[in-house]
Each structure stands twice: as structure tokens, then as C-alpha cells.
Ligand binder design. Structure first.
Ligand code: GLN
Length: 270
């Protein structure tokens, strides 16, 4: 009979070392999460902003910004985990660092830059007035005076509405709700992001409504992050890459069917 103890004894140190090596390798293969977590960004979005981000009837998250965020991340070797959040809670969630970034048609403003950071602009946007198709008297800023105006809480549209003399402002939690109220005649006009509204009108999702041609503002969307984010440089690099290699243009045309606008590298806001 072979005595295993006696056999191993002279090689005991080598045997122990081999066991240690095996253990270390096993740990590394079984726990790759610590490494991949650094490579994945947790990104907040409010999927009620068609066609920037919305859910298909099957529950799949799709849209211009979903494609764009994935492409930006991929360009710098990162992946994205989206988390749905109401638009109004986006900034406080970033401040609390509960997510790495947010993409949700968020306009870069001086006020917001006091509490969060933004990437370079990735979309040229602006506010527009929407009214019922038969409305003839609301055509510009001045004709909004003393009118009942619907806006989304916490949006640049809500800030803008405050500057209209004697307007009665009605706030809504979610974008699509104010269009329903406008359609029903409960409010006279909506002030919201032009591109999303134009898209909905064009695709027949907002029947009986029209967008007043002249935009009220010029705005730019940026990807928002907490201040001093370790990811902001990579995100900006990713935007540079997708802008210069044609990916941005391709995604823009897929969703909007037109050539993208020129984008500044930085806004004169700080
Ligand atoms: N661009 C607007 C803002 O930043 C609103 C965008 C949206 O409703 N998702 O306030």
C-alpha cells in the first residue's frame, strides 16, 4: 500500500504553494465583478421623452439617447446600465452620486452647473410653444401673457414660463400629460422641448395640436454627471469619437431623418 502522507511529505511546500495558486486563480475567475463594475456606467434616464428615450410595448428601452449613450460608452471601452428615474429627481440623484451619469434631454444651464457637471453638448435643442390646431391668437412670447400654460416640473420650460407676465402656470410630473390637458382644453398652451414635440406631432401621436414655428430659446443637451466625476473625461472622449467617426450622424439620421446641427465644443456658461 502506498502511503500518501509519506509520498507528499518531501514535497509539502511545493504542494502548499500549488494549492495557494489554485485558490487565487479560482477567486479571480469566480469574482470578475469588481473589475467589470469599473467598466460599467449606471446611467439614469426618464423614458417618457419620445424619441430620445421611451419604452416599446414589450418594455424595451429605446431611443436616440439610448443608442447614443451606448455608442459613446462603447467608444471608450465602457458598457451602460440604464436606470429609469423621473426627470424631476435626476439632479438630486446625481448630487447624491447614486448614479454615474444621466442622459435625458437635460439642458446645460448655468444654474444646474452650480450643483452638477455636464459633458460637452451633444444635441442642439430649444423650447417651443404648442397649442390646439384651431388656435389663432398664440403666436409668440407676448401672446402668452395671461394664458394658462402647461410645463413639466423642474424643466427649462418651467423656468421660461415664469418669465411670462401674468401667465397661469400649471405643472405636470410627466411630459405627455400636459398634451392631454391641452387637447382637452384645460390649458391654452404648453412650453416644452421642440424636437420631442415636433416628432410626436409629425408621427400622429399628438392629434389636434400644432407647434408654433419660432423657437423661444436655443439650448444644448449634455450628459450630466456628479461634480468631479471620475467618468466625465471618458464620456467627453467618447462624444468626440462618435462625432468624428460618423456614428453620431448615423444615429441622428436614424431617429430624426435629417442632418445633425453643428455643435460647439463648449458653451459660454461658466
Ligand atoms: N430639456 C429640458 C430640461 O432640461 C426638458 C427635458 C425633458 O423633459 N426630458 O429641462
Amino acid at each position: 500500500m502506498i502511503n500518501i502522507r509519506k509520498l507528499i511529505y518531501p514535497w509539502r511546500y511545493l504542494f502548499l504553494s500549488l494549492c495557494c495558486l489554485l485558490l487565487i486563480t479560482a477567486c479571480n475567475t469566480l469574482a470578475p465583478n469588481t473589475q467589470s463594475d469599473n467598466k460599467s456606467l449606471k446611467v439614469a434616464t426618464d423614458p417618457t421623452f419620445i424619441p430620445f428615450e421611451f419604452q416599446t410595448p414589450q418594455g424595451e428601452l429605446v431611443g436616440f439617447e439610448i443608442d447614443l449613450m451606448r455608442a459613446i460608452a462603447q467608444a471608450v471601452g465602457l458598457t451602460v446600465n440604464f436606470e429609469s428615474l423621473p426627470f424631476d429627481g435626476m439632479i438630486s440623484t446625481l448630487q447624491a452620486k447614486r448614479v454615474d451619469a444621466a442622459i435625458s434631454g437635460i439642458t446645460i444651464t448655468k444654474e444646474r452647473l452650480k450643483t452638477i457637471a455636464f459633458s460637452r453638448p451633444y444635441f442642439k435643442a430649444g423650447l417651443a410653444i404648442t397649442v390646439r390646431e384651431d388656435n389663432q391668437d398664440i403666436k409668440d412670447f407676448n401672446s402668452l401673457q395671461e394664458k394658462k400654460i402647461g410645463v413639466q416640473i423642474g424643466s427649462t420650460g418651467a423656468d421660461f414660463a415664469k418669465t411670462i407676465p401674468n401667465a397661469k402656470i400649471i405643472t405636470y410630473n410627466s411630459g405627455p400629460d400636459f398634451f392631454q390637458d391641452l387637447h382637452n382644453g384645460n390649458i391654452d398652451a404648453v412650453i416644452s422641448d421642440a424636437f420631442a414635440t415636433l416628432y410626436a406631432v409629425k408621427n400622429g401621436n399628438l392629434k389636434g395640436l400644432k407647434v408654433v414655428a419660432d423657437l423661444l430659446t436655443e439650448e444644448y443637451y449634455g450628459i450630466a454627471t456628479p461634480q468631479n466625476s471620475p467618468h466625465l473625461d471618458a464620456i467627453n472622449k467618447g462624444i468626440d469619437i462618435v462625432l468624428s467617426n460618423g456614428t453620431y450622424k448615423q444615429i441622428y439620421q436614424k431617429w430624426f431623418n435629417v442632418e445633425p446641427s453643428q455643435l460647439p465644443v463648449e458653451l459660454p456658461l461658466k
